[in-house]
Design a protein around this ligand. Structure first.
Ligand code: ADP
Ligand code: MG
Length: 237
């Protein structure tokens, strides 16, 4: 595990896009509800990392974002915390409507880590999180999704399987995260990612995170994000 405070000190941040909201300096500046603040304290997070300082106000304002920062920079919380706020702002979910937050990650290990992080912050609000990736029984996953959940964390292949099986609808999916987009492309998931994005309503909020920004990912971002704000931390990009 990396020392995040050391990381934050040493790296510059570059931001581009129209009408960029001002970065925050402390978690208290975000207007997070008290249960989220409690969970942040419980995690032992004292200050937001560089990417979080800029991503929180951008994402909380409803804007699309491209976040580029290397591993260990705290990207997960930068999309998980605003996602909880986004979900709490939505009308209550009927189980057959499908999830509100959809997160795609390249591997089951990464999806599982995000699942655990999301659960920590979702629990206090009764927000349900489902993990959808290989290595688990498809039937069990099917049943879990049928029972309804606000958040799905998935690998692209298994999510496509579940969509084909009609385990979930995407009527209510308004918050889409593509995490580690470069690795998803390296692993050959571009067709699956495009298919998933194509099944989610165009008025969604879209967040794309990546450690690097190869041309193919750049092209996808241009196609699927609306007026995004780009946040680059450090020497990447
Ligand atoms: P990335 O997705 O950029 O690789 P992670 O989201 O996995 O990074 O975070 C890396 C580590 O930093 C995790 O152990 C996470 O719990 C921790 N972390 C995240 N945000 C903070 C913060 N604001 N303060 C301290 N630690 C943090
Ligand atoms: Mg990550």
């Amino acid at each position: 595990e990396q020392d995040v405070s050391e990381y934050r000190k040493n790296l510059a941040i570059r931001v581009s896009g129209f009408d960029v909201p001002k970065p925050i300096k402390a978690f208290e500046d975000c207007g997070f509800p008290s249960q989220i603040m409690n969970a942040i304290k419980k995690q032992g997070y004292e200050k937001p990392t560089s990417i979080q300082c800029q991503a929180f106000p951008v994402v909380l304002s409803g804007r699309d974002i491209i976040g580029i920062a290397k591993t260990g920079s705290g990207k997960t919380a930068s999309f998980v915390l605003p996602m909880i706020v986004h979900i709490m702002d939505q009308p209550e979910l009927q189980k057959e409507e499908g999830p509100i937050g959809v997160i795609c990650a390249p591997t089951r290990e990464l999806a599982h880590q995000i699942y655990l992080e999301a659960k920590k912050f979702a629990k206090a609000y009764g927000i349900r999180v489902s993990a959808v990736y290989g290595g688990m029984s498809k039937l069990e996953q099917f049943k879990e999704l049928k029972a309804g959940c606000e958040i799905v964390v998935a690998t692209p292949g298994r999510l496509i399987d579940m969509l084909k099986m009609k385990a979930l609808a995407m009527m209510r999916a308004t918050y889409l995260v593509l995490d580690e987009a470069d690795r998803m492309f390296d692993l050959g998931f571009e067709p699956q990612v495009r298919s998933i994005v194509g099944q989610i309503r165009p008025d969604r909020q879209t967040l794309l995170f990546s450690a690097t920004m190869p041309r193919k990912v750049e092209k996808l971002a241009r196609e699927i994000l609306t007026d995004p704000i780009r946040v680059i931390v450090g020497e990447v990009g």
